[in-house]
Design a protein around this ligand. Structure first.
Ligand code: 2M8
Length: 452
């Protein structure tokens, strides 16, 4: 079987900005399925939730109407409870191209699932969508597309409100301000942040399965281990037994983590939603609701910041203890321009534990600190750099008016992409391209950076 690396364009010398922009637009066009975009040509043949939001940010630089369609299509699969699913399955994909498939998720056990509309998974991912939609509006304003885009924003706005309400209520029944995640697949799959919770799991009977991911990457060392996959699949079995019911899940399910990164993306998204609210003429009550969500999220994050290190740590609800692992999630206060903990987080960002590490090829944000014992520079979310993570930190720095740092991160990121191309992730020290090639969201952030 061909791997995504087989189709990787090889950049012997660095691309120019024009070349980078053209190649990035080509990646989106190649992965375009007509209204929605595959996350990657082979490894990820479906529509992923947060990938799709970044992809819309990229499309905005190519075709702003197409960018809106990307989000409209995703939200067609929104659940009745407001959840935007992690994956909307591509009905045309080869049955053997990706696992777990719709049959394994069996979301029809939940009355909230969009049965008959779309096939989806049963979990969600960080809510980048309002950030994307606000960016689309920023690009469309003042152009001849503005009113058509505004009309679409009016359709999307209530759906975005329902999505954020789902996160604020169903995923935070105690009102802590922090979103509870249920599964590593809710964004940062193989992060060492989850190791302790996963190690505690008593894995029961998992129906037999075949991993499809390993046939699409150059070597298994870039992906989670089989033991980790068994745990991922066991959690899926449990979620099904709970019928994807948030209240029941919060009662007895064994993977419940108050996630600082997910929450900080939600805070950024709620701030962006205020811009969308202006564009569509939202009511005062709607604006007040969003503002309350911003403040609750901000206070929730503040409560997780470790007094000594200044790192924001997730909370493992199974033990009540903070998860003290040095990953980019610890720098989460930087995603919120209004966070009271930015100054300390900036020092952490600049330190040798992160962007200031002397071994990095480009000064940026590795997924796990190179100083941490668990750092693994080629393995999934355990060390490599994800361009989309840099993009979020760049946005956070820019929103916080830290222009010099934001510009340095944008420049370093563009330089890395000129050399590495549109890999899913790369080795922070050598720049080796890892995971899938022609990854849509990598191309998307390149297009946005070039235009910023
Ligand atoms: C990765 O996750 C998927 C499962 O969702 C996988 O490994 O099969 C993660 O990087 C996730 O954050 C991302 O959305 C997805 C598609 O790029 O790939």
């Amino acid at each position: 079987m061909s791997t995504d690396s087989d189709i990787a364009p090889v950049y012997g010398t660095a691309l120019t900005d024009v070349g980078l922009g053209e190649q990035a637009a080509d990646v989106l066009r190649t992965n375009d399925m007509g209204g929605w975009t595959k996350a990657a040509p082979l490894l990820y043949p479906h529509q992923w939730s947060w990938d799709s939001a970044f992809v819309a940010i990229g499309w905005a630089q190519v075709d702003v109407r197409r960018a809106m369609t990307e989000q409209q299509r995703l939200f067609e699969a929104q659940w009745a409870n407001g959840m935007v699913p992690q994956i909307v399955f591509n009905p045309l994909a080869d049955a053997e191209s990706y696992f777990p498939d719709p049959a394994r998720w069996a979301v029809e056990v939940c009355p909230e699932a969009p049965v008959g509309v779309a096939e989806t998974s049963g979990i969600c991912q960080p809510p980048v969508h309002a950030i994307a939609v606000a960016r689309i509006w920023e690009v469309a304003r003042g152009t001849t597309d503005a009113e058509a885009v505004r009309t679409e924003l009016r359709t999307l706005f209530p759906k975005l409100m329902a999505w954020h309400r789902y996160l604020a209520e169903n995923r935070d029944p105690s009102g802590s301000g922090l979103v509870t995640t249920y599964h590593p697949w809710e964004g940062i799959d193989n992060s060492p942040r989850w190791d302790g919770v996963l190690a505690r799991l008593e894995v029961g009977e998992v129906p037999p399965y075949v991993r499809r991911d390993l046939s699409h990457v150059a070597d298994a060392g870039q992906r989670p281990s089989n033991a980790t996959y068994d745990r991922f699949l066991w959690l899926l079995e449990l979620l099904k037994r709970f019928r994807y019911d948030d209240a029941a899940i919060h009662e007895a399910y064994p993977f419940l983590v108050k996630d600082v990164f997910f929450t900080s993306v939600l805070v950024m998204a709620n701030r962006a939603l205020l811009t969308v609210a202006d564009a569509v003429g939202a009511t005062c009550a709607e604006r007040a609701q969003i503002q309350t969500w911003v403040e609750r999220g901000r206070a929730g994050i503040a409560a997780t910041v470790d007094a000594e290190s200044g790192m924001a740590y997730d909370v493992d609800l199974g033990t009540g203890a903070p998860i003290e692992v040095a990953t980019f999630a610890g720098l989460s206060p930087l995603l919120d321009a209004g966070s009271p903990h930015r100054a300390r987080a900036l020092r952490n960002l600049d330190s040798s534990a992160f962007a200031g590490h002397p071994g990095l090829r480009w000064a940026m944000v590795p997924s796990t600190s190179p100083s941490a014992e668990c750092f693994d520079p080629r393995n999934y979310w355990r060390g490599p750099v994800w361009p989309i993570v840099n993009w979020l930190f760049w946005r956070g720095l820019r929103d916080g008016r830290d222009t010099a740092r934001a510009e340095a991160l944008r420049e370093a990121s563009l330089d890395s992409l000129r050399h590495v191309g549109f890999a899913e992730y790369f080795h922070p020290m050598t720049g080796e391209a890892l995971g899938s090639a022609m990854q849509s969201w990598t191309a998307a952030v390149a297009l946005d950076w070039l235009a910023s």
